[in-house]
Write a protein that binds this ligand. Structure first.
Ligand code: MN
Length: 269
């Protein structure tokens, strides 16, 4: 599967905490995406899949299956564990999207797995004074709350759409991690640093307002903010726990067939 890894890995986990990994996948050529992400496990994290073009079919070991269409998201809390596959479907428009991994707090890692399917029309789009529009997936903006509102570590997930010269300003609060990723176009941020499509920036955690201005029409940005967990990270493949012992136990359970602890709950939003 052809993808652009924006960030990810044990080495950068403290910088992006509570976010672990962001991939921007996709291509117009079917050879680049038709193999997809075949059957694999997850434990201890949430995976958030946002399909921008095309469709991704998924099914898992606890009996949940479905299709994520263009403009739709799946917010999956893997919790104590699932096996699943995520398969992009071959379409003339190709396939593209984002997958984000959000770490779970130590106390919530072994929670019951849960899926939230967010429909195309079920995330509010809010027009802001500076000329930006925000598609609100998780978190609050003013008095509006996004559809994903029951997370053990509440994060903000905004898809910001801008005209030429639109300004976006946001205060995530002191101590929080804030990351911008430019999906389309370009922005000017901070002291005139320019970010182009495919580039990301992590803000400091001083709690000042962050702001960026679009440098061209049709600019689109993903903004993520979250409270760092400040907990140890033990990461091996698709499983992220707090200690090496928990990783060893997870792989023993994968080998002896006791990895799955509970069925997943599924909610359509
Ligand atoms: Mn997966």
């Amino acid at each position: 599967m052809k993808l652009h890894r924006v960030f990810g890995g044990q080495g950068s986990a403290h910088v992006t905490d509570p976010f672990l990994l962001l991939d921007n996948f996709g291509s117009k050529l079917k050879e680049d995406y038709e193999k997809g992400f075949p059957w694999h496990p997850h434990r201890g994290i949430e995976t958030v899949t946002y399909v921008l073009d095309g469709k991704v079919k998924h099914r898992d070991s606890t009996g949940v299956s479905g299709t994520i269409g263009s403009g739709e998201l799946q917010w999956m809390t893997a919790g104590s564990g699932i096996f699943h596959e995520e398969m992009p479907q071959v379409e003339p428009e190709g396939n593209s999207g984002l997958q984000l991994w959000v770490n779970l707090p130590m106390a919530s890692k072994m929670q019951k797995p849960k899926y939230r399917a967010i429909g195309k029309n079920n995330a509010p789009e809010i027009e802001l004074h500076g000329g930006s529009k925000v598609r609100l997936i998780a978190g609050k903006l003013g008095s509006v709350e996004g559809p994903v509102a029951d997370l053990s570590n509440p994060v903000e997930y905004y898809h910001v759409k801008m005209h030429d010269g639109s300004l976006f300003e946001h205060n995530a609060g002191p101590g929080r991690t804030a990351i911008v990723y430019v999906l389309k176009g370009s922005v000017l941020s901070g002291e005139n640093s320019r970010l182009k499509a495919g580039e990301a920036a992590v803000y400091d955690r001083k709690g000042d307002s962050l702001s960026f201005a679009s440098a061209e029409h049709g600019t689109e940005v993903l903004l993520l903010t979250g409270q760092p967990l400040n907990e140890p990270v033990a990461w091996y493949g698709p499983i992220v726990m707090n200690t090496r012992e928990e990783i060893i136990r997870a792989y023993e359970e994968l080998n002896n067939g006791s990895f799955i602890k509970s069925e997943a709950e599924a909610e359509d939003i």
